[in-house]
Ligand binder design. Structure first.
Ligand SMILES: NC(=O)c1ccc[n+]([C@@H]2O[C@H](COP(=O)([O-])OP(=O)(O)OC[C@H]3O[C@@H](n4cnc5c(N)ncnc54)[C@H](O)[C@@H]3O)[C@@H](O)[C@H]2O)c1
Ligand SMILES: O=C(O)[C@H](O)COP(=O)(O)O
Length: 534
């Protein structure tokens, strides 16, 4: 019998092939060469990639035998996980394989930028002994602002504490008390920008984070700040960073990642106070070996038809048939909770009321937790890793049985109190013979709208003209409206406008619409993938 074909589409550690063993036919192609990739995929049962191979819907469709895509690293922005799920292709990655390497590169960039190391090295090798030209600054006693205190951000914090830096972080999804244990004070973005002498970015790239360090932020920074981005290109806007460096608002920058890669030409390359590396965060022997071995092992399991804990799009194993559709509802409610809250509580309550509560509903607690973390954690959240990720950021869950509901036979509510004391809750149910997901309530506003497809939400002052203004801005942006609900609570003066929309609402359109009605909060939810908020 022919051996299953494993296509290695990028340079991986030799340990990968050793870990795969003799049971597979190994083929290779250059995944960044689109034609070569599409030509090699039809016979592949598994494909192994890093960040340079685009495994989008077209590439996935080109591999009818594909059972698994292995990403030897963290980021999945080059893999269309939804398209893979639709095609029944498992996606596995190695989310912790390279975090130490990425954190260490960040430390290297911070030091290089503080002390002009690459510039001095280049000058001396060019025969110039220039000591005063490369006078730098110390790290000790300076404020390091960490934007995104996840796995890598936390490792950077621990390392920079040893340099006697004062640590602050912006991450609304981390509990302040939990961060404090590592000596990091959680602050708002404005405070971080105003206080940081050094700023390092460790966010996933999402509609909300793309361009986060852009025109506005770079005009609010402490003059002379030094900025490092070893997360994803485009979170720090390259053109705005160039302008800020030219005008002296920013004194130096270390850049490992670019909006378009490979990147061999950039205005940033002309500046003396910029240190650049070609996406080297994971570029160590150790990280590559860890990533290669981890995905090879996962591919072995997947092709043998076994359960793969690392799979990011795996569904839970055996679940009572009646409960299965409620899992998706609980997950969607979790995602909507986070988009609505714009942060995470210390305790996430999952309350199940009515008929469905007569089953063992522990899986709903897990599904809601998975949804809550999905749009804010890099590298994919699965039923397997969700509890661990929650534990890492001090988030607990509680499963509560609720009283029967007057109007709905069953109801699931996801609720939590944010660090600022605000309570956020979202409730939903399944309706009709098809068991369609329906949103029932957000924060006491009775909404009653389908919870499938794209949706946008605005909390705004209760004034005439809200519906007209929202419809006008959205239709001007080419976004159709499929359903609209204007909801109120007993508290006078505020409405919630909830809309099902046809077409994606960009962050800019969301912001424009919010501005037209003086909304205090606006957020959106996509059927899968990232949610956005402002
Ligand atoms: N340069 C490289 O080679 C390299 C290597 C590994 C990872 N990375 C990148 O580094 C980044 C961080 O990776 P990680 O493993 O630490 O991810 P992570 O998911 O563990 O941490 C990301 C953190 O960002 C926070 N966050 C999400 N959205 C936010 C928002 N809008 N505002 C503020 N905080 C927000 C999350 O709460 C989380 O704590 C990712 O972009 C990853 O792709 C780069
Ligand atoms: O997401 C990641 O794992 C890092 O950005 C590394 O990407 P790479 O495997 O292409 O080096």
């Amino acid at each position: 019998m022919d051996k299953p074909v494993v296509l290695i589409a990028e340079e991986l550690s030799p340990a990968t092939v050793d870990a795969l063993g003799p049971d597979f036919e190994i083929r290779r192609c250059a995944g960044s060469d689109r034609k070569a990739l599409l030509a090699a995929l039809p016979e592949a049962h598994a494909v192994l990639v890093r960040s340079a191979t685009r495994m989008d819907a077209e590439a996935i469709a080109a591999g009818p035998r594909l059972k698994v895509i292995g990403r030897a690293g963290v980021g999945l922005d080059n893999v269309d996980v939804s398209a893979a799920s639709r095609a029944g292709v498992m996606v596995v990655n190695a989310p912790t394989s390279n975090i130490v390497s990425a954190a260490e590169l960040t430390v290297g960039l911070l030091l290089a930028v503080a002390r002009n190391l690459p510039q001095a090295d280049a000058a001396l090798k060019d025969g110039r002994w220039q000591r005063s030209r490369f006078t730098g600054v110390e790290l000790a006693d300076k404020v390091l602002g960490i934007v995104g205190l996840g796995r890598i951000g936390s490792l950077v914090a621990r390392r920079m504490a040893a340099f006697d830096m004062r640590l602050i972080a912006y991450d609304p999804y981390v509990q302040p008390a939990y961060a404090q244990q590592s000596g990091v004070r959680i602050v708002g973005l404005d405070e971080l920008l105003e206080q940081s002498d050094f700023l390092t970015v460790h966010l996933p790239k999402t509609p909300e984070t793309a361009g986060l360090i852009g025109f506005d932020a770079l005009h609010r920074v402490k003059p002379g700040v030094r900025i490092v981005n070893a997360a994803r290109g485009g979170i720090v806007d390259e053109a705005e960073l160039y302008a800020a460096l030219k005008e002296g608002r920013v004194a130096g920058a270390g850049v490992d990642v670019f909006a378009t890669e490979p990147c061999t030409e950039s205005p940033l390359f002309e500046l003396d106070n910029v240190v650049v590396t070609p996406h080297l965060g994971a570029g160590t022997a150790e990280a590559q070996e860890r990533a290669g071995v981890a995905v090879a092992e996962a591919v072995r399991q997947a092709l043998a038809g076994r359960f793969v804990p690392e799979a990011v799009n795996v569904r839970m194993g055996a679940v009572n048939g009646e409960l299965a559709p409620w899992l998706l509802l609980a997950e969607q409610l979790g995602r909507l909770f986070t988009a609505t809250a714009g942060g995470l509580p210390g305790v996430l309550q999952v309350q199940v009321s009515g008929e469905i509560g007569r089953h063992d509903v522990a899986a709903l607690e897990l599904a809601a937790l998975k949804g809550t973390l999905t749009d804010v954690v890099e590298g994919g959240v699965s039923y397997v890793n969700a509890p661990l990720i929650a534990q890492e950021r001090g988030l607990r869950t509680e499963l509560l049985a609720g009283p029967d509901h007057a109007e709905h036979r069953s109801l699931v509510t996801v609720r939590g109190v944010l660090p600022n004391g605000e309570e956020v809750s979202v409730s939903g149910t399944l309706t009709g013979l098809q068991g369609r997901e329906r949103l029932v309530d957000i924060c006491g506003f009775e909404v009653d709208l389908p919870l499938t497809g794209d949706a946008v939400f605005f909390r705004a002052p209760d004034r005439p003209g809200v519906v007209g203004a929202v419809s006008e801005v959205l239709s001007r942006a080419g976004v159709g409206i499929d359903g609209l609900r204007l909801a109120r609570t007993e508290r006078p003066g505020e409405v919630l406008a909830a809309l099902n929309v046809v077409g994606r609402v960009s962050q800019a359109v969301l912001d424009d619409t919010a501005a037209r009605i003086d909304a205090t909060r606006s957020w959106s939810l996509e059927p899968s993938g990232r949610a956005a908020a402002s």
